[in-house]
Design a protein around this ligand. Structure first.
Ligand code: ZN
Ligand code: ZN
Length: 207
């Protein structure tokens, strides 16, 4: 009896969850794409097209020679986010270029077998350094409140200054080496000497 009642309740709850949220607009698109992010998205698309070409070359020893062929290979039809048009590909089985279809400035670029676009996820060293700059900001905010630096994520979280996940180096996935005492601190990338991502000592950056 109780079980039936519970099942009925659960059913109701599910029903409410399914129907409760009136059409939330564009739930799948949390980013408000500005001009810069359109360019970034476009370069990321170009990067994915070039990656598909490289994979095709690795398997068949030739590049694909038309964009529909590439889209079929990728299982996705990528378009420039600014104009919604497909990319333009020129070339043969040995060499190709692929371009953003925008005819006016700013065109988002042309890449190809001789010129692979930058990894849109940023190089590891860039991401690592930007993490360390975030830590530097956290330290100076922490100092502003407590008049000392800290090397404890627990303290940082308790302070409410930063409540996100602990930052780690993208090169090795490890936590930063953190030392703080009074008015001095040091944040060091955990990677060994090579490659060197650097360190921040008392707000001074090493790179
Ligand atoms: Zn574009
Ligand atoms: Zn690092």
């Amino acid at each position: 009896m109780l079980r039936t009642a519970l099942t009925a309740l659960t059913g109701l709850a599910l029903f409410a969850a399914a129907c409760g949220s009136p059409d939330s607009p564009d739930a799948g698109n949390p980013l408000d794409l500005g001009r810069d992010s359109e360019q970034q998205q476009c370069i990321q698309n170009l990067y994915e097209i070039c990656t598909a070409q490289s994979m095709h070359y690795a398997i068949y020893n030739v590049y694909m020679t038309s964009i529909p062929e590439v889209y079929e290979f990728m299982g996705d039809e990528l378009a420039c986010p600014s104009c919604g048009q497909y990319y333009i590909m020129i070339g043969d089985e040995e060499e190709y270029t692929v371009s953003c279809p925008l005819t006016q400035e700013p065109n988002h670029g042309t890449y190809g077998s001789q010129n692979i676009p930058p990894n849109p996820h940023g190089s590891e060293v860039d991401v690592c350094r930007s993490n360390m700059l975030t830590l530097r900001t956290i330290e100076s905010m922490y100092y502003g409140v407590y008049n000392c630096f800290t090397d404890s994520w627990e303290n940082i979280r308790e302070s409410g200054i930063y409540t996100g996940p602990a930052l780690t180096c993208p090169g090795c996935g490890s936590d930063y080496r953190f030392h703080a005492q009074g008015s001095h601190y040091c944040i060091r990338c955990p990677l060994p000497a090579d490659p060197i991502h650097g360190s921040v000592v008392d707000a001074m950056i090493s790179w």
